[in-house]
Design a protein around this ligand. Sequence first.
Ligand SMILES: [Zn+2]
Length: 479
Amino acid sequence: MTTHLFRDVALPGSDVELSDSRIDVAVTGDRITAIGFGLEAGAAEVIEGRGGPLLPGLHDHHLHLHALAADADSVRCGPPHVHTSDELAAALARAPGEGWIRGVGYVETVAGLLDAADLDSLHARRPVRMQHRSGALWILNSTACEAIRLETADHPGVERDDSGSPTGRVWRADAWLRERLPTSEPPSLVRVGADLARFGITGITDATPELPPDSLSALLDAHLSGSLPQRLHLLGVPSDGPAEPSLHPGGIPFPNTVTTGPYKIVIADSDPLDFEALAATVRRAHTHHRPVAVHCVSREALLVLLAVFDEVGSRRGDRIEHGALIPAESFQDLRRHGLAIVTQPGFLAHRGDDYLHRVAPEDLSDLYRCRSLLSAGIPVALSSDAPYGPLNPWSVIEAATTRRAPTGEILGAKERLTATEALDAYLTALDAPGGRPRTIRVGAPADLVLLDRPLAEAAAPESDPVRCTMIRGTIRFRR
Ligand SMILES: [Zn+2]
């Protein structure tokens, strides 16, 4: 019994003969069960396509769910909301509520690399923790340092001055910092789930490293309750336990819509690179049958990582996150190790002007490569890195096709993709980023997105082209 019928849709890319025609797609339960002209609706719910494209649901291959949820309640501390120290002080003063203020999106162009004393001069009354736009650094004012007794901390990420006093800067210590903060529930994911559905996203890879047990169970609970209906692929599941099932700390087995991905490793941009430590971490994950997903932003980090793979060996499914700077000389090694690049051209649209100032001119041609990687036979998947980059996939696809900075300058015209290529990089399976794009076919899961306009028009900044999103046969967004 057909449960839903998408009537009169276009199926771009799925079959040459059908691509220009309007056709019907029937769904029964959680599967596509028929594709054809003039299908009988019977008692099924009919969704009128009006000739709009029907696509497999999009997969965002790298984002951070809890950070996204927390982001909504945070003070914006950088461009385009805040540009100067006066504006930052005003924004902090306007923070709603009482107690802790959580700032996000700070970047040095606002007021330099702040320490606790600098931040005190902007806001001293309430405890403030302000996250750098990179996600790598928190800056705390003195009230916040006292509240969490930063003085007594033994975490290596707590920066200290020559006299041994904390500077207020805490690097890559999110899990540690969270433990010291007043206890609060992990933020609700209802809004994130709804936003993702509105954008046509039916599957996501959470790239948060080392998910603590409470975060992991909160993600699973949100999924099981339906508030986060998207398929989940988790990179932050610890590498030393059993991969699957029963990952839930409460002993609940994972449903088959939640999967363990490669093990996330962060090569800190701020620390000296430690070849032996990185090799040991990759080896340990591989020993536990986990590929690795390595955060790799700088050229140096990439070269060290490739040397590690030369020594340890690569494993099917190993991938590189961001790949912000990839010299052409590494293409051969990337291909030899079968590494996929999970990248974010959306950063060009948000921060491209900043890159033009801060990235060495000779490096600009290596910045967020796309086209040259594809041409070299290296798998490329697109993603948002939200909340650090723009979540909207239609904005990211547009950024991949234009590579236009906020100032209007083009960064790496040779790296532009067509809208279809960029969309394809959102359509691959969660466990095969950069692989073959999924297609609409009989027997495939009913993860579907119906657009109200052709793809070329859908790919635009702040675009809102989705008319209906279905996940496993249930409509999760419709307008
Ligand atoms: Zn990330």
